[in-house]
Design a protein around this ligand. Structure first.
Ligand SMILES: [Zn+2]
Length: 437
């Protein structure tokens, strides 16, 4: 198996772990910034690296519509297309089909939908969603599911959950038969190089790192594709790497249906499990209740991914419950609206009170925005509708989320059982791993 998960520390229900994927080793619990169309809006890939993003998320629905999965496949897969050599996860497209597209028609085979871009008609099935995700080539891909709407009556939730279970089995069957088609190695002149060299596009492997790589031969390492490079012997450490397919638990807001969904998904057997269908309009207390009860039925030795959640308080809270992976558009979307998360609470930078404020956005943040710019300047950029406002705001918010997760991991490591929010945010800055230039 190409993807492995190892729990490194446990504090009460929370745990830290190491998720090893073909492209990167990920420390969990991890927050995954959302890069919808192969771009985390407003933030170049080198800055994502600087911020310490270990894995980002791509949306299959969006990439399928534009530029099209065939284009991405021809370009060597999403990593190479967007020049990102760390890990990527793609969703199955199910959630977007149900939330964005119009006139969807659902049956046992799959779902017919119209593009939100041009109204054209398309069809997704478990098989075609797997085919698309194999072509995109993310490290982790997701089973095709139906995201049940909220509210929904019990009979409707059951029907939907059972469909998701049958689709999970079909997703796995197709994936197992086609997983070798991932485009990581099919581009002419395509080779792998272990990252850490002076340039991921370098045509000669970095000899400085060679010794270290050879020393750790046999250990899975981040591998990046380079065109035309001669592959030094021993450097391709994950030669037969394949993607990992995760299952998704549905079942609406009913604890029994969630249990049944979890058990059926676990029975099919996946290297990781996601909890989907939450944060769809239900009260926050109910989200927590469902997450907590569903986690009980997921294997402790496999990564658990809570999809589409949440705000900074929630990512801390759910890490405390034993969730290992989370994603949310909140830090990036809120940033574009001038809403900034800080250690002292949420700030709406558009407010006139910041017009002449010389202080940094967050005195406890070490990000490049807080180190350099004042609240007054950020407020001016936002009021002037400057593109730079969106860029800087997004960088800070992502930095805040990623720092928060770093602190959560540090707390678990220290064995702190109760990770109160004030505790998390009053800790000294946990050192960010140095990123090589
Ligand atoms: Zn900052």
């Amino acid at each position: 198996m190409s993807t492995t998960f190892q729990i490194t520390d446990v504090a009460a229900q929370a745990r830290t772990g190491r998720l090893v994927t073909p492209h990167a080793e990920i420390e969990t619990p991890v927050f995954m910034p959302v890069g919808t169309v192969g771009s985390v809006k407003g933030v170049p890939q080198d800055i994502l690296e600087e911020l310490g993003a270990q894995i980002i998320l791509g949306n299959t629905y969006h990439l399928y519509l534009r530029p099209g999965v065939e284009t991405v496949r021809q370009m060597g897969g999403l990593h190479r297309f967007m020049s990102w050599d760390r890990a990527i996860l793609t969703d199955s497209g199910g959630f977007q089909v149900f939330s964005l597209s119009e006139l969807r028609k659902l049956n046992e085979d799959g779902v017919t939908f119209r593009s939100h871009l041009d109204g054209s008609s398309h069809f997704f099935s478990p098989e075609s969603a797997m085919e698309a995700q194999i072509s995109l080539g993310a490290d982790i891909i997701m089973a095709f599911d139906e995201c049940t709407e909220y509210p929904a009556d019990l009979a409707r939730v059951r029907t939907s959950m059972e469909m998701t279970a049958r689709w999970a089995a079909r997703s796995k069957k197709y994936f197992e038969a086609h997983k070798s088609e991932v485009p990581w190695g099919e581009v002419s002149g395509f080779e792998f190089q272990v990252s850490g060299g002076p340039s991921t596009r370098s045509s000669t492997p970095d000899t400085r790192n060679l010794a270290a790589e050879l020393r750790s031969a046999g250990q899975p390492r981040a591998a990046v594709p380079t065109k035309g490079a001669q592959r030094p012997k021993g450097l391709l450490l994950r030669e037969h790497a394949t993607q990992a397919l995760f299952g998704i638990v549905q079942g609406g807001m009913d604890r029994e249906l969630r249990r049944e969904s979890a058990e059926r998904t676990v029975e099919i057997g996946f290297p990781g499990y996601a909890i989907g269908g939450l944060s769809v309009g239900e009260p926050r207390a109910l989200t927590r209740e469902i997450v907590e009860s569903t986690l009980e039925y997921l294997p402790k030795d496999k990564p658990r991914y809570l999809m589409g959640i949440g705000n900074p308080e929630e990512i801390v809270e759910y890490s405390g419950l034993g969730v290992d992976m989370m994603d949310c558009v909140q830090p990036t979307r809120a940033a574009r609206h001038g809403l900034l998360f800080t250690s002292e609470g949420k700030i709406s930078i558009k407010q006139a009170r910041y017009a002449q404020d010389p202080e940094p956005l967050d005195p406890n943040c070490g990000c490049r925005v807080c180190q350099r710019y004042s609240r007054g300047y950020l407020r001016h950029l936002f009021a002037s509708n400057e593109i730079l406002a969106q860029v800087l705001n997004t960088i800070h918010n992502l930095s805040f989320y990623l720092d928060t997760m770093r602190r959560v991991r540090h707390s678990i490591l220290l064995g702190e059982e109760s990770r109160s929010l004030s505790g998390i945010w009053s800790q000294p800055n946990v050192r960010r791993p140095r990123i090589q230039a």
